[in-house]
Design a binder for this molecule. Structure first.
Ligand SMILES: N[C@@H](CCC[C@H](N)C(=O)O)C(=O)O
Length: 289
């Protein structure tokens, strides 16, 4: 079967985007893996599928598969590309779009400067909802780190690691580092990710605070590995930094692939993410049987 696709990227986090607004393509997990494969397929961190409105007041549904073929709840950079895709393809004329994801409705808005701002909803801290099993762990109030849910994760053979856990629809663990360039992303990322305390896995963020409104961030994503940027990871990192008292409500997040602006007023307020969304090329590909 030959299918059309669009290759897109947002701050270097790259996507194969599929249009299912006029009917399902009937893809399997193996097909998503193939599309994400950088050697045998197209190559992408995630495969995004656009579907018609599932309910009154919602414009589209948007389904996300990681490069490993698994369906996941949320993708921040992908949501900006989704908005650019439906707009450029003439599937909507709206600048503000309401889209159903696996974990709730988010609202991207196309800005005059070409960037996209997304209302990502409020962060979730309840450990069971992340989900994160903290049984037997001493959750901190940690002095200068403030009174918030920090946990010491028992990652052998490395020394215990302090992490902040938060869900942006999908699970995140954030740890502070002195310098992202020397952070042990390639070893600690998979170790935290595979920790059984995260029954559904986790995206692992390494956050370097530069000043109260600037951070640097690397994220080892679930189902992919390290990516050039992670939108929900940027939201999770800023939310964690704000809760620690280290960051202001508006922060520029420098990733290896570009800059994202994250705004969070605290509490139950939604997180707003602003960044680029770019079409790279359109193509067609034959799927293996
Ligand atoms: N790249 C994304 C996150 C995609 C999903 C993530 N890998 C997960 O498994 O939760 C983003 O921009 O948020």
């Amino acid at each position: 079967m030959r299918i059309p696709f669009t290759k897109m990227q947002g701050a270097g986090n790259d996507f194969v985007v599929l249009d299912e607004t006029r009917g399902r393509l009937g893809l399997t997990e193996a097909h998503y893996r193939f599309l994400g494969d950088r050697h045998f397929g197209v190559g992408a961190d995630q495969i995004l599928t656009v579907r018609p409105s599932p309910a009154e007041g919602i414009d589209f549904e948007y389904v996300i598969h990681n490069a490993d073929g698994n369906e996941v709840e949320q993708c921040g950079n992908g949501s900006r590309c989704f908005a650019r895709f439906v707009h450029d393809k003439g599937l909507t004329t709206k600048d503000r779009i309401r889209v159903q994801t696996m974990k709730g409705v988010i609202e991207p808005r196309l800005n005059a400067d070409g960037r996209v701002t997304v209302d990502m909803g409020a962060p979730v801290f309840a450990l069971a909802d992340i989900p994160f099993d903290a049984s037997g762990l001493t959750l901190q109030p940690m002095g200068a780190w403030g009174n918030w849910p920090l946990a010491i994760v028992d990652i052998a053979p490395a020394a215990p690691l302090l992490i902040a856990t938060v869900s942006m629809g999908n699970p995140h663990a954030v740890t502070l580092v002195d310098n992202v360039d020397t952070a042990a992303v390639a070893t600690l990322g998979p170790a935290v990710q595979a920790n059984p305390r995260f029954p559904q896995g986790v995206n692992v963020g390494f956050l370097q605070v530069v000043d109260r409104s600037h951070v640097r961030l690397r994220v080892f994503e679930r189902g992919v590995g390290e990516t050039l940027a992670c939108g929900t990871g940027a939201c999770a990192a800023v939310v964690s930094g704000v809760r620690l008292g280290l960051l202001d409500a508006r922060v520029e997040v420098q990733t290896h692939g570009g800059v994202l602006t994250i705004e969070w007023a605290g509490g139950d307020a939604p997180v707003f993410m602003t960044g680029p969304a770019t079409t790279v090329f359109h193509g067609e590909i034959d799927l293996p049987e």
